[in-house]
Design a binder for this molecule. Structure first.
Ligand code: TRP
Ligand code: SF4
Length: 364
């Protein structure tokens, strides 16, 4: 096991949480990434999945008007991919102000140098040249992420390898919180890695929306076939009779994921023997991929019913809100803020009767 990670067997008895930025459609790389683990785990343990809409603002702060549609699309994709809102708790980050409050406490205790040495921060600063992300929010991103995780006391976080440094930093901040405030309050979150890196795009690179090589969960059967036809194969195999090398062929990598093992063995043998053409090989793959996507297409149609997304997010909210509130009560207690009011049995929010007295038209 890579340091700071657990196996799926270990995760099966833990509280699992992950977030997705609402930045666009899910593709088949996601399916073999975190989504597959989540779908598997929702039957055996508590799974929390949320739309990380505030996280999108950390880089795309001027594109807030897209959040609504992107959030709906993401929820539809997650349900289509097999997450069951009755089993997994599906919610929206910005529905929980507790997350922002917890992130604020973390920001008070985290040395700047810890954030500045975060490799993702440095990389992205140079990569995303076209926008200014030398912002407070972007630097503090790992703390917001830690608040996401710890607000439900999440123990295991399905993530890509690029996110492991964030989790490492998160564990350090949790330890600092405990040292400062004298309690073991939060679990130290561990990562659960997926095999998403095994899903290549048509150019042989890892499938990614930003490379323009993605096959989306909502692509039609015809589009899927067309995209598969555009894959590069073994460059040494030009004619059917040329012997090929499945181990260097992206189409073969996908056969390993979408084609039954007996058939995959035949693909390999025929390819090596020069007894199989690449076009037929691709069409066979497209057929199998489309068969995998068929149940996803059905669930998508259901998830797209008017009102369904709101219903799912409301249900998730009802389940997660009391957990977040309880976590924050304890956290405030430890940090030392805001407790006198709570102790007097008052809520933190002014009720209507208090408000109406001094609301004037100027205030509105
Ligand atoms: N950082 C993740 C990404 O960019 C999204 C995310 C936000 C997340 N908060 C999280 C993932 C908490 C896991 C846990 O994809
Ligand atoms: Fe790849 Fe199939 Fe062509 Fe072999 S026959 S190189 S596995 S596409």
């Amino acid at each position: 096991m890579l340091q700071g990670t657990v196996s799926i067997e270990e995760a099966a008895s833990k509280r699992v949480l992950t977030g997705f930025r609402p930045t666009g459609k899910l593709h088949i790389g996601h399916l073999f990434g975190n989504v597959k683990n989540l779908v598997q785990l929702q039957d055996v343990t508590e799974v929390f999945v949320f739309v990380a809409d505030w996280h999108m603002l950390s880089t795309d702060y001027d594109r807030g008007e897209e959040l609504d549609v992107n959030t709906s699309d993401l929820v539809v994709d997650l349900i289509a991919a097999g997450l069951d809102p009755e089993k997994a708790v599906i919610y929206r980050q910005s529905d929980l102000p507790e997350v922002a409050e917890l992130a604020l406490y973390y920001s008070m205790i985290t040395p700047l140098s810890w954030l500045e040495r975060n490799p993702t921060f440095k990389e992205q600063l140079s990569e995303l040249e076209e926008r200014d992300i030398s912002t407070h929010g972007f630097l503090g991103y790992p703390l917001l992420q830690l608040a996401d995780i710890t607000v439900v006391k999440g123990e295991v976080v399905p993530v890509g390898e690029d996110q492991l440094p964030h989790l490492e930093l998160g564990r350090e901040v949790v330890r600092r919180f405990h040292n400062l405030f004298g309690a073991e309050y939060f679990p130290e979150p561990m990562g659960l890695l997926s095999d998403a890196s095994r899903v290549p795009g048509n150019d042989g690179r890892k499938m990614s929306k930003s490379y323009g090589n993605a096959i989306f969960l909502d692509d039609s059967p015809e589009i899927v076939q067309k995209k598969i036809r555009s894959y590069i194969t073994d460059p040494q195999k030009i004619y059917l009779k040329d012997p090929g090398r499945p181990e260097v062929c992206s189409v073969y990598s996908l056969h390993e994921l979408f084609t039954p093992p007996e058939d995959t063995a035949i693909v390999a043998a025929e390819c090596r023997a020069g007894a199989r053409g690449c076009v037929a090989c691709k069409d066979q793959l497209a057929g199998n991929l489309n068969a995998t996507l068929e149940p996803i297409r059905k669930r998508r149609a259901e998830a797209k019913q008017p009102g369904r997304v709101d219903q799912v997010l409301d249900l998730g909210f009802e389940k997660v809100k009391p957990i977040a509130e309880t976590t924050l009560e304890g956290a405030r207690d430890l940090v030392g803020v805001g407790n006198s009011r709570a102790a007097r049995g008052k809520s933190g929010v002014l009720d209507g009767s208090t408000c109406s007295g001094h609301l004037t038209s100027n205030d509105q």
